[in-house]
Design a protein around this ligand. Structure first.
Ligand code: HQG
Length: 180
């Protein structure tokens, strides 16, 4: 039986960001996997879907989580990896202010240590407060930090814009954080 769209999206996040090994899939250094291999290996492992269903999830993903290569042969997660990948994004000047949504229970540690990537490769930042709130809500009662991206950039910190509009940076020291 085929899986539904949400399940397929979660499955793709799992194998393209965190555990390609779960189905014996190989990601290249930039996180790309062959679509054909992905479908074959998933099917063997019992998660059944075809190319059409896969592309439908890619196109309708609310956060545009996945990118397909221009030749239609490969797929990768736009961001959010815990496996080591080099997305090959070039650094970009960020908007002057970015936002990070977290849960209130993390605030004290964040004010002390700054924002760290934790299990992911980089810290995720949002362009608007509303998105940051939604991200924070996933963890509990939300708390929004405002990041002085302008000052960070002026101090040599690098920022990257993922294909889906999420801003990425390696870390945010506490001095660049203010409550929103
Ligand atoms: C927190 C979703 C204590 C951080 C979203 C966050 C996003 C600290 C949590 C994407 C800390 C990590 C990423 C410190 C950071 N002490 N806690 N020093 N530094 N934290 O899920 O940003 O639906 O890895 O505030 O939309 O919440 O998966 O990161 O609360 O774009 O596509 O540690 O995931 O997208 O949590 O979310 P996460 P995130 P998807």
């Amino acid at each position: 039986m085929s899986i539904d769209r949400t399940q397929l999206s979660k499955f793709l996040s799992l194998v393209l960001r965190h555990k390609p090994d779960a189905i014996g899939l190989v990601l290249d250094s930039q996180g790309w996997a062959s679509i054909e291999a992905l479908i074959d290996k998933a099917n063997v492992a019992g998660t059944k879907f075809d190319r059409k269903e896969l592309l439908h999830v890619v196109e309708t993903s609310d956060k545009k989580r996945f990118s397909v290569s221009p030749d239609g042969q490969r797929i990768r997660a736009a961001q959010g990896h815990s496996v080591s990948v080099e997305l090959g994004l070039s650094s970009k000047e960020p908007p002057p202010v970015l936002y990070h949504g977290t849960a209130t229970r993390f605030v004290e540690a964040i004010l002390e240590q700054g924002l760290k990537p934790q299990a992911r490769q980089q810290v995720h930042l949002s362009r608007d407060e509303e998105t940051a709130r939604r991200v924070g809500q996933r963890h509990g009662k939300p708390h929004i930090f405002e990041i002085d991206a302008l000052a960070m950039h002026a101090n040599g910190f690098k920022f990257y814009l993922a294909d889906n509009g999420v801003w990425l940076t390696d870390r945010v020291p506490p001095e660049f954080l203010a409550p929103s």
